[in-house]
Design a protein around this ligand. Structure first.
Ligand SMILES: [Zn+2]
Length: 277
């Protein structure tokens, strides 16, 4: 599932592919990733427009085109943008990637496909209002990569609710971009029991947690490397380099005890009952 590092990776790829390019044609092949009038707007409003900038806030990709047209892309659980390079004259046409749901045909003859096997992703089109000013984007908490993590501010936010810390970390208004993987990893790195109420973490522990979140994200940047995003769920051929995520039943990397499994708010995670207190 894409979290901050994967979406940042997607933003960097899209910048390379789209910088200075003009969309010749936009095709909305599958209705299920669009809502309301977005499918028609995608197909009609993008043709002839040059990209101005690409931003990322948390797990949201914000593509701004000239003329005040913006495309908001959320990758959901399995979404990714894939580029197909221009085909040399006479060469065989490269096959479209599987699960291609929407396409941008660019003026360098390349095609960007939005692929999404499980269809939890969304594409929305906005005109007039800059994407960064949409209420849903403004409601996001600080982005650890763009804004850093202010331990004092995080402590304040967490102190307002007795929600388990793991659940609080998934709230995008607390920190934007953290999901199940990095909440699990960061709580392990900081030695915190995922069930502990958020308002019971003292300032020193929140500082430790802030460092752990940053370390977990940095680790993901290293293991992602260049190229297309690959998700752990893709048939098991993607190596799981996380410390404990999806490693329940295996020995804890810190103490050797078998990692336990627990379900919280519908999400299953691994944790160490000895080390995380
Ligand atoms: Zn352990």
């Amino acid at each position: 599932m894409p979290e901050l590092p994967e979406v940042e990776h997607a933003a960097r790829c899209l910048r390379t592919w789209l910088e200075g390019r003009v969309v010749l044609k936009a095709e909305a092949a599958d209705t299920r990733i669009f809502r309301g009038a977005d499918r028609r707007a995608f197909a009609r409003r993008l043709a002839g427009r040059r990209l101005e900038r690409i931003d990322r806030r948390g797990k949201n990709l914000l593509l701004s085109f000239e003329g005040g047209v913006g495309v908001w892309s959320h990758l959901g659980m399995t979404g990714k943008w894939v580029r197909r390079a221009p085909v040399a004259t006479g060469a065989a046409r490269e096959r479209a990637p599987s699960h291609s749901r929407a396409r941008l045909r660019l003026d360098d003859a390349s095609v960007l496909h939005y692929c999404d096997p499980r269809l939890f992703g969304r594409i929305a089109v906005h005109e007039g209002t800059p994407l960064a000013e949409l209420p849903e984007i403004r409601a996001l908490g600080p982005d650890p990569l763009l804004d850093g993590i202010d331990a004092g501010a995080l402590h304040d936010k967490l102190s307002r609710s007795a929600r388990p810390i793991k659940v609080a970390l998934l709230d995008q208004a607390v920190l934007a971009g953290i999901g199940n993987i990095h909440a699990t990893e960061a709580l392990f790195r900081a030695g915190i029991d995922p069930r502990r109420p958020g308002n019971r973490l003292d300032r020193a522990l929140v500082e430790q947690l802030a460092l752990a979140i940053r370390a977990s994200l940095d680790h993901a940047f290293v293991i992602n490397g260049p190229g297309e995003i690959a998700y752990l769920s893709e048939g098991g051929h993607v190596q799981n380099d996380f410390l404990i995520y999806d490693h329940a039943g295996e020995p804890c990397p810190r103490c050797g005890r078998t990692l336990a499994k627990m379900t919280q708010a519908g999400r299953t995670i691994a944790w160490c009952q000895r080390y995380q207190t």
